[in-house]
Design a protein around this ligand. Structure first.
Ligand code: PLP
Length: 225
C-alpha cells in the first residue's frame, strides 16, 4: 500500500468515526486503536507517520516483535487477544499501554501473581462475552460487575479501566446492537468504580458501537486490507 492510499483510508475512517460520535453526542470522544495484526512494520510506521498513535496486537509474540521493531517511536500498544497463562511473563515484559482482554477471574489471579513477582502493574479491561457465544472469551454479562469488583479488590497490581467486548458474530444488526447495549450498561454501572473505557466496535460494526456508547474502537481490516 502506498502512502496516499493509506492516508485516504485513515481519513475516511476518522470521518466515519466523527459522524458516529456526533450522533451519540457532541461531547463524546472516541479513540481509534489500529489493529496491525494483518500488516507489516513498514505500514505501521507509515500509519504512525500519518498521525496514528495507538496500535493493537492479538498475539503476545507479535506484540513483542513489533514493540521492538518500532521502539524508536512513542507508539501506544494495546494487547487485545487471548492470553495463555504460559505467555503472561512475556506480556509483562512487553508492558503494553492497555491489556484489553482480561477474560476471567482465574486469569486475573494468575496475572496478579506474576505482576507481583515482577513488581509491575498493568492497566486492563475486563472482556465481556456479551452475546454469550461459545467460541468467544470473556465473562458472562450477569457476573461481570461482581468479577470486576473482585479483581479490583484482590488484584492490587491490576488497574481496571473498564470493559471490552467483541460484537455478536451475526448478520442481524439488532442482535449486534443488543450485545453492545449489554456491554454499555455494565460499563455505566462500573463508572462509579472508576471505569472510563468502553472498548467496542471493529471494522464492520464500529459506527453502531459508537452510537451505543463505545469510546474506543479497534480497527484492522478497514485500514490495512
Ligand atoms: C482482529 C481484531 C480486531 C480488528 O478486527 P477488524 O474486523 O479487522 O477491524 C478487533 N478486536 C479484536 C479483539 C481482534 O482480534
Amino acid at each position: 500500500m502506498d502512502r496516499s492510499q493509506m492516508q485516504e483510508k485513515l481519513d475516511k475512517l476518522i470521518w466515519r468515526v466523527e459522524e458516529a460520535r456526533v450522533r451519540r453526542s457532541e461531547h463524546h470522544i472516541v479513540k481509534i486503536v489500529a489493529v496491525s495484526k494483518y500488516t507489516d512494520i513498514e505500514n505501521i510506521r507509515m500509519l504512525y507517520d500519518l498521525g496514528q498513535r495507538a496500535f493493537g496486537e492479538n498475539k503476545v509474540q507479535s506484540l513483542q516483535e513489533r514493540i521492538e521493531a518500532v521502539d524508536d517511536l512513542p507508539v501506544e500498544w494495546h494487547f487485545i487477544g487471548r492470553l495463555q497463562k504460559n505467555k503472561i511473563n512475556h506480556l509483562i515484559r512487553a508492558n503494553p499501554f492497555l491489556m484489553q482482554s482480561l477474560d476471567s477471574l482465574e486469569l486475573a489471579d494468575a496475572l496478579q501473581k506474576r505482576l507481583e513477582t515482577h513488581n509491575a502493574n498493568m492497566e486492563c479491561l475486563l472482556q465481556i462475552n456479551s452475546a454469550k457465544e461459545e467460541t468467544k472469551a470473556g465473562v458472562m454479562p450477569e457476573e461481570a460487575e461482581e468479577i470486576y469488583l473482585k479483581v479490583k479488590e484482590s488484584c492490587p497490581n491490576i488497574t481496571l479501566r473498564g470493559v471490552m467486548t467483541i460484537g455478536a458474530h451475526v448478520e442481524d444488526q439488532k442482535v449486534i446492537k443488543q450485545s453492545f447495549e449489554t456491554t454499555y450498561s455494565i460499563f455505566e454501572k462500573l463508572k462509579k468504580h472508576g471505569a472510563d473505557i468502553c472498548s467496542m466496535g471493529m471494522s464492520n460494526d464500529f459506527e453502531l458501537a459508537i452510537e451505543c456508547g463505545s469510546n474506543m474502537v479497534r480497527i484492522g481490516s478497514l485500514i490495512f486490507k
